[in-house]
Design a protein around this ligand. Sequence first.
Ligand code: URA
Length: 200
Amino acid sequence: IAMARQMASSAATLEELREQLAAFDGCNLKFTAKNLVFADGNPAAPIMFVGEAPGREEDLEGVPFIGRSGQLLDRMFAAIGLDRTSVYIANTIPWRPPGNRTPTPLEAEICRPFFERQIELANPRLLVALGGPAAKALTNATEGILRLRGNWKAHLTTSGIQIPVMPTLHPAYLLRNPAQKRFAWRDFVNVKIRLRALTD
Ligand code: URA
């Protein structure tokens, strides 16, 4: 973890951070994953979406949210006038856990300095946490996502800047529970309004 901190903080750009992650051997997930899944979209975008960890398709291509969940996420972006040129997308953990198992607390802790640095360097004006694990990582909140969703929280960056975070339901959850899409829709409209207020 000390090494992760040192490597993450030494990266001055997102490109350097990606290189540092590619060179980092301290997380066992790297050795079962096919690819590093660092980010997609526009790092200069005012809004950053965060998932938990890559799945099978993401691991094969090295790009976050390109499987079934990602296709739904793209439609959710489109519904509020966004696409992958106007958002930045990453995960709390950049390697696929074997068989999509939940990352262990140790794995999450080891990857955390890189994830924190990624937010700091992308410096988005707004964050959207997709699902409980991302919401927990960004806000330290302990309630479940069904309670957290829809309410703005703050993410405190390593450098002490507060970034508003909207926790919402994960697209994979929405695929399993389509009746819940109405809640995600509300959250996305809320995000759109706040984003407009920032960029108008
Ligand atoms: N689910 C996630 O949380 N992240 C991805 O990149 C893909 C699916």
